[in-house]
Ligand binder design. Structure first.
Ligand code: 13P
Ligand code: ZN
Length: 279
């Protein structure tokens, strides 16, 4: 199939009380592993690159070409998303390359500056008819390619103002979730519910690798329609390669193939579970 438009995928999932996985990848084998998992599960998926993944694969044009070619050979619904960009230039480059949605991450900026940046980003994507994600509050932790500061939890009143003033399509929230680790003090369901009640857009949960199935289920039932996973997929790829190389130290081809197999397994588990949480 041709690359899918992420906007309707997320909107439909949100309307049905389901969540779509946003799978962060860095290699062709990871893209292939996630696409095979989407085929197995018969579920749509967003393939995501942040600047670390982009620098590994060779930039936005190569990333778009790789994902587009693999999607065209597949029956699965595959969309392409730019994750955690913090400049308008990064958004423009991805949009020109053919990404279907983008995230502007001003989450470490003061509120007013952040609002202005997100409004400019919305101007860019509206012109290209793409979807825009922004993060209010700040998801801390440890993630290659992501600007990390001190955690700050999303304020529901600010979320309402931010969504209204910027017109962002999807809002990433900080409700205990942490990049590359478990939620600090657990997922804050009450805060999530308060945000959901005032911000009428699909919510995005970053840092899902460290969340429990129960936390993910609660989140999906409280309006999260996109779940970002990166660390677990990269760990799976690394494990697949390391296991193979420990037995076959000179076989890079075999190791790369095993990284694809391991990512397919990890992504399949996530896809099956998260889709089943809602509805
Ligand atoms: P994890 O690496 O913790 O899964 O988070 C991924 C993420 O938030 C990508 O934006
Ligand atoms: Zn993230």
């Amino acid at each position: 199939m041709p690359l899918a438009d992420p906007g309707p995928i997320i909107a439909q999932a949100h309307a049905r009380g389901l969540a779509v996985i946003g799978a962060n990848v860095s290699t062709i084998q990871m893209v292939r592993g996630v696409v095979r998992a989407a085929e197995d599960a018969q579920r749509p998926v967003l393939i995501q690159f942040n600047r670390s993944g982009l620098s590994l694969i060779g930039g936005v044009d190569i990333a778009a070409h790789v994902v587009k070619s693999i999607a065209e050979d597949s029956e699965a619904e595959i969309a392409l998303h730019l994750d955690h960009a913090d400049t308008l230039d990064e958004l423009s480059a991805a949009i020109n390359a053919g990404f279907g949605s983008v995230m502007i991450d001003g989450s470490t900026l003061p509120f007013d500056q952040h609002l202005t940046l997100a409004q400019s980003a919305k101007g860019l994507v509206t012109w290209s008819r793409l979807s825009l994600e922004a993060e209010l509050g700040h998801v801390a932790g440890d993630e290659a390619g992501v600007t990390i500061g001190d955690a700050s939890w999303t304020n529901p009143d600010e979320a309402a103002r931010f969504v209204e003033a910027t017109g962002v399509d999807w809002l990433a929230v900080a409700v205990g979730n942490t990049h590359g680790g478990p939620a600090v003090g657990g997922l804050q369901a009450e805060r999530l519910q308060a945000i959901r009640d005032v911000a009428p857009v699909p919510l995005v949960l970053h840092g899902a690798s460290g969340l429990t199935d129960d936390e993910l289920r609660v989140a999906v039932n409280l309006g999260v329609a996109k779940i970002n996973v990166g660390t677990a997929l990269h760990q799976a790829a690394a494990r697949g390669m390391a296991d193979w190389l420990s037995e076959n130290p000179n076989d890079l081809r075999g190791a790369l193939s095993q990284s694809e197999v391991a990512v397919r397994e990890e992504a399949s588990t996530l896809l099956a579970a998260t889709w089943a949480f809602g509805g």
